[in-house]
Design a protein around this ligand. Structure first.
Ligand code: FE
Length: 338
């Protein structure tokens, strides 16, 4: 009999420690692999005492992993880039509903959904060779399909989420028929078959192999901030256009995340996402990775972003980008945009 109270005491103490330990660790599954994110996480730990156990992987692999782990998944938060991938996590039922007054207040409504929120944005801009193409000929995404640009347009694959999300926005605004017409026009204007990433397109534009291309803004900003002589040369050759300023605005995509349905530590997960919407964290996205904050009036200190200046961004809800992903792929496939 004497042993039992002691046992209970030990067991309770054990539980207490486990609960405490759990509270102090956040399992973050992240498909963002930007070096500057390190400081972001270190600051969170400093402010909250919650350690971040980061599991990094490629976007699709991480999703697959969380799915396979099922109800045993230790994942608290999933962070990734592109609305399409966040939408996939939603479709797989991996996210818990996102209930946070802080996020509702700080993240604009079109940049969040019921179960995930964006924490930074990137624009899909037009990059052109100043000697080969006139700026006035490439003011809108639609211009890229104009026969005037025959043999001049370059792009990464039509299967890449960045292009699929752009296509999804075109479908949202203009309908499927016009979107397909556009895709066929782009294909007819190819200078070469799609290959490489956005930076490869920018370099090919600078070299004159392509007259015009589309790229995420942070790749442009990264080159603008580079001190390598070859990058400086690239930037000298190119012009940048914010597409569709007289219309619906430049297409933007996001990086974002949500709390997992089976998160062992939901409280810390919410705390972390709220932290990502803090002024400090928002500044890290902007200054470190050349993205734009989602929170209004955050002061950033990034010479490239300052130089790129202000623009009118499309305010299409991120949910729409998700909604038309599959359609976007079908249309690119039909148009022969490989
Ligand atoms: Fe990227």
């Amino acid at each position: 009999m004497k042993l039992i109270p002691a046992l209970i005491a030990v067991t309770l103490a054990g539980f207490g420690n486990a609960a405490l330990a759990q509270e102090k660790v956040l399992n973050l599954y992240s498909a963002r692999h930007y070096q500057t994110d390190e400081a972001l996480y270190a600051n969170f730990t400093k402010a909250t005492g919650i350690k971040i156990n980061r599991i990094e992987g490629k976007e699709d692999e991480l999703l697959e992993r969380i799915k396979n782990e099922g109800s045993n998944s230790p994942a608290d938060v999933f962070l990734t880039v592109d609305a399409a991938r966040l939408a996939k996590a939603h479709e797989l039922g991996l996210f818990a509903p996102l209930a946070s007054a802080v996020l509702e207040k700080r993240v604009p409504a079109h940049l969040r959904t019921e179960d995930w929120a964006a924490f930074s944005t990137r624009a899909r801009v037009i990059v052109f060779n100043k000697n080969k193409v006139k700026a006035e000929d490439v003011q809108n995404y639609a211009d890229l399909a104009d026969p005037k640009l025959k043999g001049k347009f370059c792009s990464r694959s039509g299967s890449h989420p960045y292009n699929l999300s752009l296509m999804a926005s075109v479908i949202s605004h203009q309908g499927e028929a016009r979107a397909e017409q556009w895709a066929r026009g782009l294909v007819a204007n190819f200078a070469r078959s799609p290959k490489g990433g956005d930076t490869d397109q920018i370099k090919a534009v600078a070299a004159g192999e392509c007259g015009v291309a589309i790229s995420n803004s942070y790749y442009v900003a990264r080159l603008m901030r580079s001190t390598k002589p070859e990058d400086i040369k690239v930037v000298e050759q190119i012009g940048i256009v914010w597409p569709d300023q007289a219309g619906t605005g430049t297409h933007i995509n996001v990086s974002g995340g949500g709390v997992m349905k089976n998160a062992p530590n939901k409280a810390a997960a919410i705390k972390f996402l709220e932290y990502l919407a803090s002024d400090d964290a928002q500044r890290y996205f902007a200054d470190g990775n050349n993205e734009w904050p989602v929170v209004a009036n955050v002061k950033v200190d990034n010479p490239a972003l300052t130089k790129l200046g202000k623009f009118k961004a499309d305010t299409l809800p991120v949910n729409n980008l998700a909604m038309y992903q599959a359609k976007a792929q079908i249309i690119f496939d039909r148009a022969g945009f490989k």
